[in-house]
Design a protein around this ligand. Structure first.
Ligand code: PZK
Length: 343
């Protein structure tokens, strides 16, 4: 049995649930214990009534639940901008749910509800999930060679210890999807590791083999779906955990633009880097502005915000095949629903 520390245990719970000053969008959740905080998301512990009592009335120990909240913050070059992109958090949450609901046949996931148990003001951007014991590795799958995978190939001819042929071009589709795990760095960049190192860190070869197989299947399923809708899923990252019964479960967000590289299929051309489906306006503007890509990131002008929001909504609508409004209505977070709720 692996025995890495539970997030939210003595280590993870250190520190008060600091009010999220940099993020006015989630401040009202600051009364819940903060378990993990990423650049653009927060994870809270759900406690009290309805947060985990056994539904069967057997008195068996409650299943711990978390609230995962996606903000509208955006980062480029790993630095968060002070300007939010309206609806970005709701787009990403809606996309995660779209994929969770369609991939249960590949591997079970941590999603419990996008409505029941979600605080009113977080509807649409938050999910109630099962608390897991997370594996201490990131499960990356690459169908195309880009980013750090491209840099590693250029430097060594291999990615995650997997040798590639000579003459592969940047952004090229690989003969088959590669599993290229990485460590979870607390600060700085995740470090690419080979499969054997991932096995060592997880402490269970069979478990790591199942995580690799599920990762590749999830990627292949999503990439085929996206490609039919004019979008290339170049690569993606999964985080797995174990439930109470030791079963492998995929957690975190899945197959979102923040955890993946999505490229428009239109104009795809190997030999150079591809424009990001969602962030390219911000990157182009930030580069042209002369920003040196070190903190602090500049404020984003209104037209770039509007263009970027439109790209996120377009990504949602292309991938899911439904209007983004449908997600807002299903989660009771459409403007009319909000008024009704507030009334
Ligand atoms: C968990 N993270 C990453 C960091 C975030 C998310 N189901 C789970 N059970 C226990 N822990 C986690 C999960 C999930 N998913 C995920 N850290 C812990 C993370 C920062 C903000 F929203």
């Amino acid at each position: 049995m692996p025995s890495w520390p539970l997030p939210g245990g003595p280590e993870g719970r250190r520190g008060p649930p600091t009010p999220l000053v940099a993020s006015p969008y989630v401040t009202a959740l600051a009364d819940l214990p903060l378990i993990a905080r990423g650049k653009v998301r927060e994870m809270y512990e759900l406690t009290g009534e309805g947060s985990g009592g056994a539904p069967d009335g057997t008195g068996s120990s409650p299943e711990p639940r978390l609230l995962m909240v996606a903000s509208d913050r955006i980062s480029t070059y790993d630095v968060v901008h002070p300007t939010p992109i309206p609806d970005k958090g709701r787009v990403l949450t809606g996309l995660s749910v779209f994929w969770f609901e369609r991939t249960g046949h590949i591997v079970s996931n941590h999603l419990l509800s996008a409505t029941v148990g979600v605080p009113e003001h977080a509807l649409g951007r938050a999910l109630v999930v099962r608390r897991l014991r997370m594996l201490p590795v990131e499960c990356v799958v690459r169908g195309y060679i880009s980013g750090s995978g491209w840099r590693d190939y250029r430097a060594s001819g291999a990615v995650s210890g997997i040798p590639l042929p000579i003459g592969v071009r940047e952004s090229e589709q690989l003969p088959e999807p590669l599993f290229t795990p990485s460590t979870k760095a607390d600060v700085g960049h995740d470090e690419a590791i080979d499969f054997e190192r991932a096995v060592q860190l997880v402490g269970d070869r069979q478990l790591m083999e199942r995580a690799r197989e599920a990762s590749i299947e999830l990627y292949s399923f999503a990439a085929a779906h996206a490609r039919e809708r004019g979008v290339i899923l170049a690569d993606t990252k999964f985080e797995f955990g174990l439930d109470h019964d030791g079963r492998l479960v995929v957690g975190d967000e899945v197959l979102t633009p923040d955890s993946s590289r999505y490229w428009p299929a239109d104009g795809f051309e190997p030999g150079h880097g591809q424009p990001s489906f969602d962030k390219q306006y911000v990157r182009d503007w930030a580069t042209a502005s002369g920003w040196n890509k070190r903190p602090p990131a500049p404020a984003i002008p209104a037209d770039v915000v509007a263009g970027t929001r439109a790209r996120y909504v377009e990504a949602y609508e292309r991938i899911t095949g439904e209007p983004f409004e449908a997600w807002l209505e299903r989660t009771g977070s459409a403007p009319e629903e909000q008024e009704r709720g507030a009334a």
